[in-house]
Design a protein around this ligand. Structure first.
Ligand code: ACO
Ligand code: OAA
Length: 393
């Protein structure tokens, strides 16, 4: 192949449009995020997570009756099979919670007869089950690994209040529930991020909902994606006090390392979700009687942006994982659960994308993802290609 015909390699697929979607838009230069036409900043102020699930899966904000019906469905689907709880009890206590969550997904599939039903109705039922059950799995795992009995879902509680109840074994106060719920609203959807792309890629083969969601959880776990919130909190703990933040920034950047929670593949300004999470982090710190983690974050943001600009000549901004870390910490949630928390929210977006991938009527119709690669290995001549038995190599 001549140099002129050689394919261009688009690492990271940046700027490559691979599908149409009606689910969300990330307007990177304006710092806007839109779920099905609505600004996420409006949704965060005015809706609960169940309304977002309705918006993403049923393509509209629910009426009061529709919201009640969805809440009832979620309540009915929250319990997980006993066999799954027993399987969790066999896992080592130091297993990574994202691995536990990912492994639970095919186990849930084993108990769902809809996996062989290829209709859109079955896909929706599986989506609702996953939204309902993943928090139960996560809360159960947190208790099992501490040697405690899992807490059964409380049918009287809404999604977020119920999760916090199952996690802590007692009801959370209303402000904490509201902050947690807003966190779920903010993490629910983000167009073609890596994990959603993973879900859609698997769905494009016509694999079932659980297969796609399991792949998405694996993708989300990485530190460049949803795994970043755990790293942000470890970084804050490592820094320990606000007076050490600036030195930390300089050291990390001088060593050519990354400050977790800064930077984004699409946003060229602040991530709008970070603006909503930051005051919640501050307030949650006040409620917990310790605003240190918020204060360190503020200094890291300011000094990190400045030091990055000085070194690279370009701007960098905070992303969603930056202030969610200190928010969850002040709520008393164990650090390694932060990425799974991201997953129990993003499952709403993933499942909506799987349905769009498999059933969207809009043109262009999605098709099996099958990109090209540019082969840079060797081409053998006829002699060299002759197979050589093992003992003659
Ligand atoms: C939910 C989410 O997934 S949001 C993202 C969560 N991830 C993180 O917070 C991890 C830290 N951030 C990053 O790794 C990156 O900013 C990414 C992967 C999110 C996006 O970055 P990209 O647009 O792909 O840019 P890329 O990683 O190529 O970085 C471009 C330059 O900025 C630097 N850079 C990017 N992010 C950071 C950061 N957080 N700290 C320091 N330097 C950074 C890179 O080292 C690179 O420098 P170089 O050109 O000298 O090699
Ligand atoms: O869009 C991305 O690349 C990452 C992100 O912020 C998200 O998934 O919420």
């Amino acid at each position: 192949m001549t140099e002129a015909c050689a394919p261009t390699v688009n690492t990271g697929l940046r700027g490559v449009t691979v599908a149409s979607t009606k689910i969300s838009d990330v307007i990177g230069d304006q710092g806007k995020l839109i779920y099905r036409g609505f600004l996420v900043s409006d949704l965060a102020k005015n809706t609960c997570f169940e309304e977002i699930v309705h918006l993403l899966l049923f393509e509209k904000l629910p009426t009061a009756e529709e919201l009640t019906a969805l809440k009832q469905k979620l309540t009915a689907e929250r319990a997980v099979p006993d066999a799954l709880i027993e399987a969790l009890k066999t896992r080592p206590a130091d297993a990574l919670p994202m691995d536990i969550l990912q492994a639970a997904v095919p186990m849930l599939a084993n108990h769902d007869s809809d996996v062989t039903d290829t209709s859109q109705e079955a896909a929706l039922r599986m989506a609702i089950r996953l939204v309902a059950k993943l928090p139960t799995v996560l809360a159960a795992w947190e208790r099992i690994r501490k040697g405690l009995a899992p807490v059964s879902p409380d049918p009287e509680l809404d999604h977020s209040a119920n999760f916090l109840y199952m996690l802590f074994g007692k009801p959370a106060d209303s402000e904490t529930v509201r902050f947690f719920d807003t966190g779920l609203v903010l993490h629910a959807e983000h167009s073609f991020n890596a994990s959603t792309f993973a879900a859609r890629e698997v769905a494009s083969t016509r694999a079932h909902m659980y297969a796609a969601v399991s792949a998405a959880i694996g993708s989300l776990s990485g530190e460049l994606h949803g795994g970043a919130n755990v790293r942000v909190m470890r970084m804050l703990l490592d820094i320990g006090s606000p007076d050490k933040a600036e030195a930390y920034v300089n050291r990390v950047l001088d060593e050519g390392k990354k400050i977790m929670g800064l930077g984004h593949a699409v946003y060229k300004t602040d991530d709008p979700r970070a603006h909503i999470l930051a005051p919640m982090s501050k307030r949650a710190g006040e409620l917990a009687g310790d605003t240190r983690w918020y204060e360190i974050s503020k200094i890291l943001e300011e000094k990190g942006k400045k030091a990055f600009k000085e070194r690279k000549g370009t701007d960098i901004y905070v992303n969603v994982d930056f202030y969610s870390a200190s928010l969850y910490y002040s709520m008393g949630i164990p650090v390694d659960l932060y990425s799974p928390l991201f997953a129990i929210s993003r499952v709403a977006g993933w499942t909506a994308h799987v349905i769009e991938e498999q059933f969207a009527g809009a043109a262009p119709k999605p098709m099996l993802y099958r990109p090209e690669s540019k082969y840079i290995g060797e081409y053998c001549g006829p002699e060299e290609c002759r197979f050589v038995p093992m003992d003659q190599r």
